[in-house]
Design a binder for this molecule. Structure first.
Ligand code: NAP
Length: 247
């Protein structure tokens, strides 16, 4: 799992699952560009924490749903560390509502961040990744992109879209040695899930064979594997990290 001399961007890398991914990549030797949109304090604290571990990190503010801000983020990463090897498209939002009540803006915001944001980043990161010896694109999708969910027509469409994006990137970049894979987390305990009705959480737990909710570390472990040389013959795959919930 040695990521020494590798440079990674983690979108939404200062909070939630992204924070743990940033730390895990850094602990394994990568230089990490931590993208944030609003969590500036958390991002700067994480940079310090990573430096204490003896690795390098940089916090970069960008709204990845904006084409030009995504471009500037990639440019800043390459300027700081000279190259790019790993792109983790982790930034994501929910705007849950039943379809009959969902506003057009709620659909647009979720698609713009989760799907368009991932495309924006892949588009701008493509050239530097193609120059890498072992480029990696890792898209954090969701089991909701596989099975759908009541109240999440926007979110499930965005996450299913990320799976299609992943497979197309895998086909376009395969001959150049860049892999693209998606991870579908199940129920992971973060800010995104902390306000859910306890009854929903109980219902989820009843459907998880491993009988526990997922932790950010469970997802970060899968990212580390896909980023490493151990996964060099895997591309276009969807890795489900959900305690067995949707099998
Ligand atoms: P979270 O705690 O709400 O964190 C979301 C992150 O996304 C934050 O770091 C946030 O940055 C960033 N972000 C949102 N919009 C952004 C934008 N336009 N530009 C840049 N960054 C943006 O959520 P999480 O639970 O860690 O989720 C992380 C990813 O895992 C998401 O893609 C989510 O869909 C996926 N996922 C989560 C679960 C779960 O159960 N938690 C399950 C399946 C999939 P700021 O804080 O700086 O605004």
């Amino acid at each position: 799992m040695n990521l020494q001399n590798k440079v990674a961007i983690v979108t939404g890398g200062a909070a939630g699952i992204g924070r743990t991914i940033s730390l895990e990549l850094a602990k394994n030797g990568a230089k990490v560009v931590i993208n944030y949109r609003s969590s500036e304090t958390k991002a700067l604290e994480l940079v310090e924490e990573i430096k204490q571990l003896g690795s390098e990190a940089l916090a970069v503010k960008a709204d990845i749903s904006d084409f030009n801000q995504a471009k500037a983020l990639v440019e800043e990463a390459v300027k700081a560390f000279g190259k790019l090897d790993i792109l983790v498209n982790n930034a994501g939002i929910t705007q849950d509502q039943l379809l009959l009540r969902m506003q057009e803006e709620q659909f647009d915001q979720v698609i713009d961040t989760n799907l368009k944001g991932s495309w924006n980043m892949a588009k701008h990161a493509a050239r530097p990744l193609l120059k890498s010896e072992a480029g990696r694109i890792i898209n954090i999708s969701s089991i909701i992109g596989l099975i759908g969910n009541v109240g999440q027509t926007n979110y499930s469409a965005s996450k299913a879209g990320m799976i299609g994006l992943t497979k197309s990137l895998a086909k376009e970049f395969g001959t150049k040695g860049v892999t693209a894979n998606a991870i579908c987390p199940g129920f992971i305990e973060t800010e995104m899930t902390k306000n859910l009705d306890p009854k929903f959480v109980e219902a989820y737990l009843n459907n998880i064979p491993l009988k526990r909710l997922g932790q950010p570390q469970d997802v970060a472990n899968a990212v580390l594997y896909l980023a490493s040389d151990l996964a060099s013959y895997m591309t276009g795959q969807v890795l489900v990290v959900d305690g067995g919930m949707v099998m």
